[in-house]
Design a protein around this ligand. Structure first.
Ligand code: FAQ
Length: 328
């Protein structure tokens, strides 16, 4: 066969593989790690799943900061459990990402070198206890709205990881709402703390769901591949529609003078989001970007001896096995 004929056969083969792949996506079949997939599909999944994993891990920091200062033993236990859950989410997601042919070390390296993104929301400070309520209620609330559709995403390991993540996130959202409820039913000062936290977390929570659809570079392709099942704007609207009545129950005011129920659309209209602020935070210039990265890199460096010791122990165990097999 000539070189040209060989090339043609190769192209035809990958075309038919691509057709089979597209058909499987159309049939809502899950794509599994050993299945053929277009290189761009693989890369875009590594990008999104790893950003998601990094967000869970960095997302432990703003709350971890409050474990020692939680106002009661009950609150401390619940917060500790929540932060541990976030660590678990990060680990399932890193594992799902590794099935796409990238190593955990490469993923960590991308985070620590500042090459990889993580969610903008975790670059804001947690200044009062009410922030633990606001994060649970709003940030986990937005995360659930974003993540429930991902239980139905086309890549099998990602979809399966999201099922447990969503169950836990919904518990976190209730834990946060309950903190807000206690503060709102408390003293005037406590209620003001809750309002102040809502004022500071509302807009960043809306930004967290990503740029508007017209500015989103990945949505169109990710929707075609059924990686994303809803667009950023659809998710944001759903979050607002769901959260405004909850603020009413708490007796708090959403810090948006343009927020208004629209009878015609059946949704809330809302004010302009400060996208300049969002992109500044994404580019590393948010209030806590440096602090978060220093904390992550510092933890990684301080953990070197633990990883070295674990590797040395594993090697010794392996040697023992080999030696006892030889002795038999
Ligand atoms: N922050 O084209 P799009 C949680 C980037 S987990 C930073 O719209 P896409 C749990 C985006 O990467 C929170 N960067 O992108 C928890 C892209 O840049 P690139 C994380 C952002 O991927 C709760 C560029 O902008 N959740 O909260 C952000 O189609 C409480 C253009 O954007 C997930 O990761 C942002 N907010 O849509 C933990 C869920 N938004 O990569 C602790 C899975 C966008 O080209 C406490 N991810 N960018 O350099 C997703 O659903 C999607 O990736 C979106 C973004 C919706 C986040």
């Amino acid at each position: 066969m000539s070189e040209a004929q060989l090339k043609n056969t190769g192209t035809e083969r990958s075309r038919s593989l691509e057709e089979i792949f597209e058909q499987r996506i159309a049939n809502d079949e899950k794509i599994e790690p050993k299945d053929w997939m277009p290189e761009k599909y693989r890369k875009t999944h590594i990008r999104q799943i790893s950003q998601h994993a990094h967000s869970e891990i960095v997302g432990m920091l703003p709350e971890g900061n409050w474990i020692t200062r939680a106002p009661s033993l009950r609150r401390k236990v619940a917060l500790l459990a929540k932060v541990q859950d976030e660590a678990g989410h990060g680990l399932y997601l890193y594992s799902a990402c590794e099935t796409l042919g990238i190593s955990r070390d490469e993923l960590y390296d991308q985070l620590h070198s500042g090459k990889a993104k993580y969610s903008s929301i975790f670059n804001y400070p947690t200044v009062t206890w009410a922030d633990m309520g606001a994060i649970g209620w709003l940030v986990d609330g937005a995360a659930i709205i974003n993540q429930v559709p991902l239980c139905n995403t086309s890549y099998g390991p990602y979809a399966r990881a999201m099922i447990r993540v969503c169950k836990e996130e919904s518990f976190h959202q209730r834990q946060g709402f309950e903190i807000m409820m206690s503060l709102c039913n408390g003293t005037e000062v406590q209620k003001q703390m809750a309002q102040d936290a809502l004022n500071r977390w509302w807009w960043p929570s809306l930004m967290m769901l990503g740029p508007t659809d017209s500015e989103s570079v990945h949505t169109e392709q990710s929707m075609k591949w059924k990686l994303k099942r809803k667009t950023n704007d659809e998710l944001r609207q759903q979050f607002i529609d769901q959260t405004v009545p909850q603020a009413d129950i708490l007796g708090l005011t959403i810090p948006d003078p343009d927020l208004k129920w629209n009878e015609e659309t059946g949704h809330y209209d809302f004010g302009e989001i400060d996208w300049e602020e969002f992109w500044q935070v994404v580019k590393g210039h948010g209030p806590c970007n440096k602090e978060r990265m220093n904390a992550r890199v510092g933890a990684w460096e301080r953990g070197t001896w633990v990883r070295d010791a674990a590797m040395a122990y594993a090697e010794k165990q392996q040697d023992k096995k080999v030696n006892s097999a030889k002795a038999v």
